[in-house]
Ligand binder design. Sequence first.
Ligand code: GDP
Length: 576
Amino acid sequence: MIEKPIITPGGKEPEIVIDRMTVAEFSEKIYKPVGEVILTLLKQGVVAAKNQSLAEKVVESLARHYGIKIIEKQKPEAAPSHTSKEVATEGTWKERSPIVVVIGHVDHGKTTLLDFIRKTRVAAKEKGGITQHLGAYEVKTGHGNIVFLDTPGHEAFSLMRARGIRVADIAILVIAADDGIMPQTVEAIKRSKEAGIQLIVALNKMDKATPAQVEVVKRQLAQHDLVPEDWGGQTVCMPISGKLGTGIDELLEVIVLQAQLLDLKANLSLPPQGYVLESKVEKGRGPVATVICHHGILKVTDYFHAGNTWGKISSLVDSYGKRVTEIYPSMPVQISGFSELPQAGDFFEVVTQEVMKKGILEPRVRPEMGYARKEGESELNLIIKTDNASSREAVVNAISKIKSDYKKASILFSGVGDISESDVMLAADTGSYIYGFHVKVESNAQPIVQKKGIVIQSFDIIYKLIEDVERLLESGKPVKMITKKIGEALVLKVFDIKGLGIIAGAQVKTGRFIRDGKVLIWRGKQKVGEGNIKGLQRDRKSVKEVHTGFECAFLVDGFDTWEVDDRVECFQEVPE
Ligand code: GDP
């Protein structure tokens, strides 16, 4: 279905050049909220977070969905291709080293592999120079350099993948060939697909795996849409032994080769932009953070902004522990000069001094929610997580049967397993509620839940979960108000009080009279006026209400031609 035409603030129809871009960039171009675009993508079967890069064909299909005018892309040779955050800008482009992350199930050999590479590939004098752990290091190979994020399951990586940000270009999925695909392997496959990271499989522990076990792993990989190359597919599988060091040279070669295919380029003319990998407070230096930039040359004395903090670079220390005055893209670097500690995963950018000064004066709030929940929306977005496939089916079925004439429950995602960071991020980006059945919230997701104010409801009994969804569906329903007569009074006296106006002195005959109540005034059978009670007094004191039998005095907004014996009816708005 094509949406109704969008008109830009300038009154022009928006147009778009089909190119890779993030969800946020797309929504900005078409003047639609990010949350809405994410929902449209979900309806098209694409799960994408705000900062996720979209392939051209996805951008095109979205543009067609919104009826946006498509502009032909101009000569591709003019702008070299590059990955990460796509930046279509002229300037000096230069190849950059691939940034690689090692992922996989616990005990499958990630640390052993990274240790082996560091020991054998980082020259001794350089190793000696490493005085502190930076969270990433650079390896030189005959064909080019590779940057490894050196902590397996790096906190920054998990945060970043949850945010859909691609700090790494390539992920090495380590699978112990004698053990096969395990739950964390599946999770790692899912995450890299979501983040759009190029995956290379390292079949580890080949020194003790049997050929039959290796075949089993390949079959399992194929079942997860990662068909190995020797089976006619496109997934590169490298047999290695992290312990003995066999196959590592070949693995590094393949990484360099893949990087060449990715054609990773950095624009050196842009102000540097990247992400914070780690941060800590160091004695004598204050807050320091490791940053990797995808573009621009970072220099000492540059002004910058990262997350909610600002600063001026006072020192740069490279991954060999050497102080440098500038650093090129893809190179991890430790920066000092932060006013406060930034967080792993924070976006980092170099800014001008003016922008920094302005930013400090008018603190910019980190954009937390890509999607603000709006009252009166007709759909209630839900994310369902359950302990197994049959409970998932039962919960999803029961929710789809709930009938509400006010709102519709729409299940954006349902899955088996504990509530993870990516579930929480999806909820934040789409304004969804999360329902868990016999599952818990993963500990690393907890801080995000609190920070983003995500509603998570957990249940052990299905009907209680369903009751809660029903409650939510009805909770925003506007209450229908009716006007109800609550009392009648007879005017006994009329006062003209200077500066106040004409006041009716009356006795309440039935029911009650209330301050701000609406009144109708009758003379005989004729209605002579109406209005709202402005001031209500009993015994010269202001009161909220006066009951049957009591005398009172009141002013009525918009009516002052009172006569004795006028009959006054008092009304109140009450829920139906
Ligand atoms: P991680 O949890 O994925 O980081 O796994 P580790 O690197 O800590 O490895 C877990 C265990 O597997 C350790 O006892 C390693 O010595 C062992 N290991 C790692 N790689 C190999 C390998 O290639 N062959 C053998 N035989 N053992 C390995």
